[in-house]
Design a protein around this ligand. Structure first.
Ligand code: FPP
Length: 225
């Protein structure tokens, strides 16, 4: 969700105003996904590297997470959203961790849309964590398999993403779901996250629909299936 800072700068506002607007877009896009029958949405809200930002911006982002959880969980629950927050949550303060646990618990049974927020997340961290936890649980096993690793990643409940969207003009994965994005279609847009509305989501979905997903096969093989 890139571009909050630039959106604010264009309006002579502090960067945090862009993040606040970004939260509003999260609500719209969650509801846009529900309307379109999308069952899984995963948002990269805060990377392991984002702690390097100015302290006041980090503090404000944490306050926004708290406010978003306090205000939005009831609405999510009413909309059938199952909330998951994944990442190295130990570094967040107690209040935030409590709200995360309560939000997850309250929405646990919902099935319409599974919304995963990646917070203090990094794709390399996820893979290393999976390897270490698997080895701890299986000290005498031989080589690890792909299935075993996938089961130990932070999102075993979700299928691998069909579509990856990055807003804000950058064309990088930036340590997002490194393992899970192996076969995903990548979509990059210059639209800044606070401007990413339902119409922008439809453009991304249209682009996805035009792609041919081969998973290593030839085009002819796909036609035969
Ligand atoms: C990147 O834009 C955005 C972030 C680091 C924060 C994303 C957070 C939100 C949208 C708000 C909270 C989200 C939830 C799910 C409650 P940037 O600051 O790097 O913008 P720039 O690329 O223009 O500098």
């Amino acid at each position: 969700m890139d571009g909050n800072g630039r959106w604010a700068k264009k309006r002579f506002l502090p960067r945090v105003a862009g993040h606040a607007q970004g939260v509003d877009r999260v609500r719209d896009i969650v509801e846009g996904c529900i309307e379109r029958g999308i069952e899984y949405l995963t948002l990269f809200a805060f990377s392991s590297e984002n702690w390097r930002r100015p302290q006041d911006e980090v503090t404000r982002l944490m306050e926004l997470f708290v406010m978003a959880l306090e205000r939005e969980v009831t609405r999510m629950h009413r909309n059938g959203v199952c909330l998951k927050v994944v990442g190295d949550l130990g570094r967040f303060d107690t209040r935030l961790r409590e709200l995360i646990a309560q939000g997850e618990q309250r929405t646990l049974e919902n099935r319409r849309l599974t919304l995963t927020i990646c917070a203090n997340y990094g794709g390399r961290w996820d893979i290393l964590n999976a390897v270490n936890n698997w080895r701890r649980d299986n000290p005498d096993a031989g080589e690890m398999t792909e299935e075993a690793l996938a089961a130990y990643l932070t999102m075993p409940y979700a299928p691998e993403p069909d579509l990856f969207i990055r807003t804000g003009g950058e064309q990088r994965i930036s340590n997002f779901l490194l393992w899970q994005l192996a076969y995903s279609e990548l979509y990059f847009t210059d639209t800044l996250w606070p401007d990413f509305d339902a119409a922008a989501l439809d453009l991304a979905i249209d682009s996805y629909r035009k792609r041919e997903r081969r998973f290593g096969r030839t085009s002819e093989q796909l036609l035969e299936r």
